[in-house]
Every structure is written in structure tokens, then in C-alpha cells.
Design a protein around this ligand. Structure first.
Ligand SMILES: Nc1ncnc2c1ncn2[C@@H]1O[C@H](COP(=O)(O)OP(=O)(O)OP(=O)(O)O)[C@@H](O)[C@H]1O
Length: 257
């Protein structure tokens, strides 16, 4: 099993969030969230379904606007950016979302080429091939280059999805439920890959999950979202070393080791 890298630069924050609030009608989802992500860190956000984890990620990536508070990503206040600046910022963020599907009618190579053709117009075919080889090798699937997505397993498709995200060399990776729907062995492969990506590409990542095995395997630090705020943070052991019944219930329900 690969462990998360400990090479974190605590002098450099890539995301700073302070007092973030967001409500939908009367329902307050985020009630003052504070969060720092450091360069090279894997930060896990744990929380039950519907607690606002995806809303937080959407605010970070400018897909939703907060009601109050401050969200700074790579030195820029997200809600102050023009659409063009937001597009530029998003190129530095790699999204691995549950529904980020591959194009079924394209080979693995074509799927990986797509973002390069779109965003790096001056790149030669030779350079594209070289970059594709690097990311495919990083996710351990060099042999699938000419295959169609339908010929791959669910875990392999997920890996290619991550490779496609890596191809633009993002500084930040956002993983939304990376192990959802995968069996335990395939989940472990994905956890290893998240750590490998951190190590090789020196990315800073937020991993949203309610899979405690994943949280334990990939998190340098874990925060738990409860009732609209981060109530617990620290190492896996620190987060769960509490008499708080809500945290204990989360652990007992999700984790049997
Ligand atoms: N665009 C929206 N309009 C109205 N309500 C929304 C919107 N987006 C999210 N919500 C509500 O905000 C709450 C938090 O949603 P969110 O998707 O962030 O949960 P989550 O913690 O990611 O849950 P899950 O683990 O199930 O994905 C939910 O009650 C949801 O219904």
C-alpha cells in the first residue's frame, strides 16, 4: 500500500477559506466554514450525505457563489473573477468527479488528447504523444492506449479519467467520492493512485469521501463536516478520538476493520 507523501510545504497555502456560508432558500448548508489547503497536501473532507461537501467544492471551483465569507484559490478570490479569469483558474484545477465520464466513441488515446488539443493548441502531435505516455504510465495503464472505454473495467475507466485530468498538469486536484461504486480491491488501487499522483506531480488535493478506508489511506489531514461546519480535524486517529456521538456514529456506521 502506498502512503500519502509527507512532503508538504506548510508555508504555502493553495486554498484559503474563511467564514464561508451558503444557503438554499431557508436551508443553511455551510454555516461558516474555515479551511486551508497547503502545497503538496492531501486533505480529506468527510461528512454524511447532504452535508455540503459538493457545495464546498463547487464554490472552490467557481461553479457556485457563496453567500458570505472568503474563498481564495491559488492567490485569487474566486467570486471576484471574470468568466475568463475563472476559466484560466479552472485549468489549474483537476476535477475527478463521479460523473466525469470518458467519451465512449473515442479510444483512450483520443480521450487523453482531447483536453490537449482544446487547451494547448500550439502543441505538436509528437509532444501530445509524449505527454499521453507519461500520464498513462503514471496511472499504470500504458497498455490500454488504443482500447475503447467499453473494453475497460470500472476501475480502469476511473484511472483513465484521472489521467485525463492530469494531462493539463493541474496544481490542485479535487476528487469527489473517488471510490464510490468500486469493490474494495479496486478502491485500494485508486487510493494508491491518489497517493502516487500527489508524489509524482506534487499536487495539492481535496478528497471528498465517506469511505473511511479511503480517508485513512490517502489523508495527510482529515476534516469532518458536521452541521455546516468543520467540527473535527487532524489525523484519522485524532478525528475519531472523541466522545462526540455524531462522530462515533459516523465511524461505527461506516467502518469495520
Ligand atoms: N443547486 C442547488 N439548489 C438547491 N439545493 C442544493 C443545490 N446544491 C445542493 N443543494 C442542497 O445542499 C445540500 C448539500 O448538498 P451536497 O451535494 O453538497 O451534499 P454532499 O455532502 O456532497 O452529499 P453526497 O455525499 O450525498 O454527495 C443538500 O441538501 C442539497 O439538496
Amino acid at each position: 500500500m502506498k502512503k500519502p507523501s509527507s512532503k508538504i510545504d506548510f508555508t504555502q497555502k493553495v486554498i484559503t477559506i474563511q467564514g464561508l456560508t451558503k444557503a438554499f432558500d431557508e436551508y443553511e448548508v455551510l454555516k461558516g466554514v474555515d479551511l486551508d489547503l497547503y502545497k503538496g497536501e492531501n486533505l480529506v473532507v468527510l461528512g454524511r450525505s447532504g452535508t455540503g461537501k459538493s457545495v464546498l467544492i463547487k464554490i472552490i471551483s467557481g461553479l457556485l457563489r457563496q453567500d458570505g465569507g472568503y474563498a481564495n484559490v491559488l492567490g485569487q478570490e474566486v467570486d471576484k473573477l471574470t468568466p475568463k479569469q475563472l476559466d484560466e483558474l479552472r485549468l489549474k484545477i483537476g476535477f475527478s468527479f463521479q460523473n466525469s465520464a470518458l467519451y465512449d466513441s473515442m479510444t483512450v488515446k483520443e480521450n487523453l488528447e482531447f483536453p490537449l488539443i482544446r487547451h494547448s493548441k500550439d502543441m505538436t502531435a509528437r509532444d501530445r504523444s509524449r505527454i499521453i505516455d507519461v500520464v498513462l504510465e503514471a496511472v499504470g495503464l500504458a497498455q490500454t492506449i488504443n482500447q475503447m472505454p467499453s473494453e475497460l473495467s470500472g476501475g480502469q475507466r476511473k484511472r483513465i479519467g484521472i489521467a485525463r485530468t492530469l494531462i493539463l498538469r493541474p496544481e490542485i486536484m479535487l476528487y469527489d467520492e473517488p471510490t464510490a461504486g468500486l469493490d474494495p480491491i479496486t478502491s485500494q488501487d485508486i487510493n494508491n493512485l491518489i497517493n502516487e499522483v500527489q508524489r509524482r506531480f506534487n499536487t495539492s488535493s481535496i478528497i471528498i469521501t465517506h469511505d473511511l478506508t479511503c480517508a485513512k489511506a490517502v489523508g495527510n489531514r482529515i476534516v469532518m463536516l458536521l452541521d455546516g461546519q468543520f467540527q473535527r480535524q487532524g489525523s484519522f486517529e485524532e478525528v475519531f478520538d472523541t466522545e462526540d456521538e455524531r462522530v462515533k456514529a459516523f465511524y461505527n456506521y461506516n467502518f469495520t476493520e
